[in-house]
Design a protein around this ligand. Structure first.
Ligand code: GDP
Length: 296
């Protein structure tokens, strides 16, 4: 289960806090020291942890002298609210162009879960009465086009492909035109990922971006990779203006670092969370629900 270690540690800290009738400044400092360690151990970016603790402390000042009967609960509540803020506050929704089709570009490293997400998002949009088109723009991984076609067949969503001999820029352009011609309202462009961020990959995706001017650029990152996922997000965002991040593999025993750092480090909201290999295992990302889940 994701966040298990973090949840257990925070529950321990909060258990102690809740039990106290009165709180001294030392109690609060001790609790914050433990929260800090728990977050660092969960692979949250150290600068993010530092700012987070400073904010919580600032708000917690005075709680120990308040006339609250349950000062410990007040501090727990402050941490809860700050966790929600850390992950973006409110839910960030998928873009919707007022001049359809809405074009969504998928970016990310190989194996992050882009192709799978393309299928999941198509299914989700279809269930909301949209008419999506999936565009097979990953021409380098031989199985990617087939994978998308199989997914499309399963969920009854059309797939636009020109095989693997035409440039992805051209495929994306023609895909968008095809959606217009067919009256489809969302175009999901799957793109190639490499094992490392390399210049050729960035150049190609920038060209696709320039050609189709997407309404949404989603970076798909594997939450299991923790801070590495955040670094990937940072370098993609510097080169290509991202509009959202999708965390995948949240069903694994990921520690929480990516979920808790990516918004603060990049400024980009997390829009979806993928929680398994099955086509319906996709959730809109709700910072409040995620914070409650982390706190257990
Ligand atoms: P791409 O190279 O970015 O297109 O990655 P794929 O979509 O092909 O996914 C790579 C692998 O990760 C596949 O085996 C997927 O089934 C798996 N995968 C994708 N998303 C998830 C997820 O949320 N949870 C788990 N457990 N596996 C996932």
């Amino acid at each position: 289960m994701a966040f298990e270690g973090l949840t257990t540690r925070l529950q321990n800290v909060f258990g102690k806090l809740r039990g106290k009738g009165k709180l001294s400044e030392d109690d609060v400092n001790e609790a914050m020291r433990e929260v800090r360690l728990a977050l660092l151990e969960a692979d949250v970016n150290f600068k993010v942890v530092k700012d987070f603790i400073a904010k919580v402390k600032e708000k917690a000042v005075g709680v120990e002298v308040q006339k609250s009967f349950t000062p410990g609960m007040v501090v727990v509540d402050i941490v809860h609210k700050e966790l929600i803020e850390l992950m973006g506050g409110s839910q960030a929704k998928l873009a919707k162009s007022n001049k359809p089709p809405t074009v969504v570009l998928m970016a990310g490293l190989q194996g992050a879960g882009k192709t799978t997400l393309t299928g999941k998002l198509a299914k989700l949009l279809q269930s909301q009465n949209h008419k999506p088109l999936m565009v097979a723009g990953d021409i380098y991984r031989p199985a990617a086009i087939k994978q998308l076609e199989v997914l499309g067949g399963q969920i009854g969503v059309p797939v636009f492909t020109l095989g693997d001999k035409v440039s992805p820029v051209e495929i994306a352009k023609q895909g968008v035109q095809h959606a217009k011609d067919q009256g489809l309202d969302y175009v999901l462009v799957d793109t190639a990922g490499r094992l490392q961020i390399d210049e050729a990959l960035m150049e190609e995706i920038k060209q696709i971006h320039a050609a189709v001017k997407p309404d949404e650029v989603l970076l798909v990152v594997d939450a299991m990779t923790g801070q590495e996922a955040v670094n990937v997000a940072k370098s993609f965002h510097e080169q290509l203006e991202l509009t959202g991040v999708v965390l995948t593999k949240l069903d694994g025993d990921t520690r929480g670092g990516a979920a808790l750092s990516v918004k603060a480090v990049t400024g980009c909201p997390i829009k979806f969370a993928s929680t398994g290999e099955k086509i319906d295992q996709l959730e809109a990302f709700h910072p409040d629900r995620m914070a409650s889940r982390i706190l257990g």
